[in-house]
Design a protein around this ligand. Structure first.
Ligand code: ADP
Length: 551
């Protein structure tokens, strides 16, 4: 017998309609590309999203057509988010930090028909345009007077185009399984691959972000979005924000400590999501410029971090400087991205920070809606005992079923399980601990050493800004860990001191064989340490003669 409930499609337009109807006055504050703060609200975003939809009609953009953006976190990008998806076209956010050739590949592979870009990327757009045959026009996100003088076909001015459109538009209804957004993985191995979300997956993922045991996004929150809008749709937060009427604070292109602190203080930010590097920069700025113990009166109460393992110092400083609790989350582009989130359980309530620390250091616990399991090399599920290490597999309504245009072939098994390439163990409560990415694991004498755990310990040393541990070849043990360290400006620490600092915290055979101090560590476009490059550069470190300049 079928239930007698209505079958209404789950569309992104329903989230925006809700914000417009009940939270029109709730603010959207952005740092504009031009510099000053720009104040808007959900009512204006919704009206301008409808102007965008009318513009797309005028430009003959068909349903399902991809519209590329190359833009920072600000109100114009947000209204394009909704204007494109709600009208049935596909939002294709492009990461401008990728190599130009990767940017070109991605836009070409997606066959995007229009490109909306910030003027800061004008030179890149001009460089790529001759090799983007599918792009019919380039829309500069600015007013007439700020138009860049570049030579690209059909260069258009966003504010002029919008001024010619009305804010009346009835959002169409369509199948909830239609595509809404296309995001590419960063392509650390091979070409980037497209992950194509649907309206249904985006709405279900949004509901997950609103729930109390994940991000608890609600009408009362002021959310500072430091994850880029071009990275997995800023972890899906803008859509969930619309469905609650939360205030949004968009930092534009300025993620430095001073700019972020100003927003946290002046916009009464209650929740902020950022990768650990952004947190470390903010704290370093606060230490240099403020009395950090004075800042606990600010409203920031919950911080979320993910993308790479969150070091203990980030958790401690968020607590000490703001009185904020860390939500350590894990996910990936292929899962929209949220898979786990470190909200506490009843047994953790009342614990002090030291007692809770082991919980915060884990990568969060499995949330309702994303099925997560750990399997061995033969694909058998491992016990949830907090010890058995294997690869994470996931499935669920916001996990991909295949990449765009079938790239990479069949990537889920018959039961829908997707192999993530992340190596972890899980405890009985569903908390996972990521020990490595499969390709970053260090195998010493047949035993695994967790590069992530060593890195976390190294950055908890006060002189260390950032650390990376990679495998180097070893004649006896096949591989041994090498620690690369970027010291804080003006800070001093020797190899011997660092090894002594680590030695009482880990098993003896985990101790890195050497420490190399570097000026900087290479990063991927999504802010992760580029381990492939480090392995190429330092894979033979222990084979080089000691005492030479290269060693
Ligand atoms: P890309 O792989 O393209 O850089 P993603 O954002 O999709 O971009 O990266 C997802 C990967 O990031 C995961 O597979 C995992 O390896 C890593 N990751 C994400 N969150 C965490 C975390 N909290 N701790 C450790 N690694 C993480």
């Amino acid at each position: 017998m079928l239930g007698l409930m209505q079958q209404r499609p789950l569309l992104i337009s329903s989230l925006l309609d809700y914000a417009e109807r009940y939270h029109a006055g709730r603010e959207i504050v952005s740092r504009s590309v031009e510099g000053p703060l720009h104040r808007s609200n959900w009512g204006t975003i919704a009206r301008r999203a409808k102007q965008v939809a009318n513009l797309l009609q005028r430009l003959d953009v068909a349903r399902g057509e991809r519209i590329a953006t190359l833009a920072w976190n600000h109100n114009r990008h947000l209204e394009i988010y909704f204007g494109v998806t709600c009208s049935g076209a596909v939002l294709h956010t492009v990461n401008p930090r990728l190599f130009p050739e990767q940017v070109r590949f991605i836009i070409d592979d997606a066959e995007s028909s229009y490109m909306f870009f910030d003027v800061t990327f004008a030179a890149l757009v001009e460089q790529l345009a001759p090799r983007l045959p599918n792009v019919r026009g380039y829309v500069a996100l600015c007013a007439r007077e700020a138009m860049p003088s570049i030579d690209v076909p059909n260069l258009l001015c966003y504010e002029d185009l919008l001024a010619a459109e009305t804010g009346d538009h009835a959002w169409p209804s369509f199948d909830e399984d239609l595509a809404s957004a296309l995001c590419y993985t960063s392509g650390t191995t091979g070409n980037p691959k497209g992950v194509l979300q649907s309206h249904r997956s985006a709405v279900l993922h949004s509901l997950a972000l609103m729930s109390a045991d994940t991000m608890a996004i609600s009408a009362r929150e002021s959310l500072l979005l430091c994850a880029p809008l071009f990275h997995v749709n800023c972890w899906g937060i803008p859509f969930a924000a619309a469905g609650t009427g939360a205030k949004l604070v968009l930092p534009g292109m300025k993620l430095d400590g001073a700019s972020l602190f100003e927003l946290i203080r002046d916009e009464a930010v209650t929740f902020c999501g950022a990768v650990p590097t952004v947190w470390l920069n903010l704290f370093a700025w606060m230490e240099a410029n403020l009395n950090t113990t004075d800042q606990r009166g600010l409203k920031l109460r919950r911080v979320l971090s993910g993308g790479t393992a969150v070091p203990r110092v980030v958790i401690e400083k968020a607590h000490n400087y703001f009185g904020a609790t860390m939500l350590h989350a894990w996910g990936m582009t292929e899962m929209s991205p949220l898979g786990t989130c470190g909200s506490l359980l009843a047994q953790h309530v009342g614990m002090n920070l030291d007692e809770r620390m082991p919980v915060h250091l884990k990568q969060g616990r499995t949330i309702y809606g994303a099925e997560v399991r750990i399997v061995d090399d033969d694909g058998h599920e491992l016990p949830r005992d907090g010890r058995s290490v294997g690869e994470i597999q996931v499935r669920g309504p916001w996990v991909l079923s295949g990449y765009f245009k079938g790239a990479g072939g069949k990537v889920v098994d018959e039961d829908g399980w997707f192999r993530t390439g992340d190596v972890a163990h899980m405890d009985a409560d569903g908390f996972i601990t990521i020990t490595d990415r499969a390709k970053d694991v260090i195998k010493s004498g047949g035993e695994w050493i967790s590069s992530i755990e060593l890195e976390n310990l190294a950055v908890s040393h006060p002189a260390v800004l950032e650390a990376a541990v990679v495998a180097t070849r070893h004649p006896r043990w096949q591989e041994r860990p090498l620690l690369l360290v970027h010291r804080k400006q003006g800070a001093e620490v020797s190899k011997e001191e660092l090894l002594a600092f680590l030695s009482d915290k880990i098993a003896k055979w985990w101790l890195p064989d050497d420490v190399v101090f570097v000026e900087e560590l290479p990063h991927t476009a999504t802010g992760k340490v580029l381990k492939t490059r480090l392995r190429e550069e330092y894979g033979d470190w222990l084979e080089r003669p000691a005492g030479t300049t290269s060693r």
